[in-house]
Write a protein of this length. Sequence first.
Length: 392
Amino acid sequence: MKINSNFQRLSQRYLFAEIAQRVAAYKAQNPNAPIIRLGIGDVTRPLPQASIEAMHRAVDECADGKTFRGYGPEHGYDFLIDAIIAHDFSPRGVALTRKEVFISDGAKSDTGNIGDLFAVDNIVGVTDPVYPVYVDTNLMTGRQIRFIPCNAFNGFTGDIPTEHFDIVYLCYPNNPTGAVITKEKLSQWIDYARRNDAIILYDSAYEAFIQDDTLPHSIYEIEGAKECAIEFRSFSKTAGFTGVRCGYTVVPEELKVDGVSLNALWERRQCCKFNGASYISQRGAEAVFSPEGQKQIRDTIDYYMDNARLIRSRLAGYGLTVYGGEHSPYIWVSTPKGEDSWSFFTRLLTQANVVVTPGEGFGVNGEGFVRITAFGTKEDSLVAAERIGRIL
Ligand code: MLT
């Protein structure tokens, strides 16, 4: 018997588990420390009222034998798929069929699981700094990963590579840097993919935070993307579903590798390994698209974006260099005087009682930065910014 030795290529703990462990150890020693957590991007505002009511109704349906729901359809319920197409894609000029949308329990699992479709000897390009799931899941499989440096010079969108990759992960608005990508730059990535017979895995989990309507919400707004891209979306940050769990993945019918439909492969994979997001979650997600739901999520996103503005302006006022936070809940902040990111993380934890995420945890190009989330309360964001200012 042998284990999958690829697990030995991973760091001992997943980044956010490592941070949680360090914070827990500090808290155990300092039980009264007034810790403010702006590390993991977990939301703090309650679910939209429209979703709460829809989920209550769904539970009641399941309490009655006549309306009870067991296993759902493999792709997800049509009521949710139709709402997604009508609200997230049609208004932006993207035509999708029901067959192309797969409801899931979130973008994290889908961005990891999608690797089942691809051969182990594909070369994977990831932007660096990067959401660690893309790296860790490919390491687990045994794939080779190459890093595409992202920095202030290329707007954290990477230079189009001269080398060949088979798979490229892109995430915009970006986790962790908060950067956005223009349609022009995204077109360059699509041209690259088409020239290289590569697939782009496009994580658009933060699109609802975009404030400038000329920026792309979906990669399919760009011509040619349906032939080379898969897109991941999530209700987690958009509608407070980090605990409820619901997301979706779009696999266009045009997307083929050597004549094989990736849509058919993903359907086959999902039918075999996944039993869907619950009926209750899907009804909650559907309600996000109701007029009340839309207003409620907009109010919540505005609340977080106010936090982002506040954190950005305070930290910039202290002389730190800040990026992101304009179309994204993440603020990417240079450490003071070139301090290394784990050391600044530790100082912030122990001297300011503020938890952030050290940039190095997202890749070598994250060194010299920390990521701060705007998902806290307004009070916490204000106090955290002040406390950070005091220890610089
Ligand atoms: C993050 O902090 O990067 C996110 O919360 C992680 C996630 O969405 O899985």
